[in-house]
Design a protein around this ligand. Sequence first.
Ligand code: SF4
Length: 335
Amino acid sequence: MFTELTEAKKNLQKKGFLDMEVDVRLDLFAEIERLKKEKNAIILAHYYQEPDIQDVADYIGDSLGLSQQAAKTDADIIVFAGVHFMAETAKILSPQKKVLLPDLKAGCSLADSAPPELFARFKAQYPDHLVISYINCSAGIKALSDIICTSSNAEKIIEAVPKDQPIIFAPDRNLGSYLVKKTGRDMVLWNGACMVHEIFSLEKITKLKVRHPNAKIIAHPECEAPVLAIADFIGSTTGLLKFTQRDDAKEYIVVTETGILHQMQKENPDKTFIPAPPNNACACNDCPHMKLNTLEKLYLCMEYEQPEITMDEQLRIAAKRPIDRMLEISAQAGL
Ligand code: SF4
């Protein structure tokens, strides 16, 4: 991955792309719409993207929805407004398409917490185990896995595996611990974590709840166990959004990346959404990787069709197998 980043960056620097400024008089919303039509491009955006990007996207979703869209689109270009492993997943599923990522440096602390060489050695200690990996991992980890899952379908995927089959779950230890409790399966966990979901302060959330006693606490399962223990509802990003649509509370303390608040507020204009505070004064509940993408970079990447995600074909084939397995199980379970 790092060779790829460096090479791509060098190519862009040769073209002067990285230093390029966008004319402030341009209507970027209109320009992006024009480029979409001219190039038969589709923009897939994750819920954690900034509001402007969500507003120009053709599809907004979490990892499962985005990978399903990437697999079935007939566009020639997929512009992935998300992080590197997500754009990689789109390339794995749609190799004949050009996949662009507005900022190639948009990585992921969770994906980086599982280097494939170390994981291969870890896996070798458990030769009888089946590997289920959360989609937030590199193509290298996917290639070492038997089935991929997302936070939306993880429980169903684990339940689809025979009860006597031992499992390794990677790379998120918090999601893994939550799933051990939910499914009763004693899985071996890789010790990775997301820097955003680990930062929430139990003390500050508790204080916030005292000030807003009627607010429901809703949390993503990547959060640590003490935070999940006080949540009224735990779910994937899409799960949290859907919960706020069907639930009758008027106020929510939202314990996940703040980007989702944009859709929550759009879907529920009469409700109040309070972002859960991190454990210091930083804005660490904003994912710094996701937020590297901007509307300007999105426009430039569509105009110049760079930076592009490329991948070794053998790696792509090996990484696709466990994703296909996930999509099959999800389809069978009606997810
Ligand atoms: S929020 Fe966490 S898991 Fe998602 S991209 Fe950012 S660092 Fe990775």
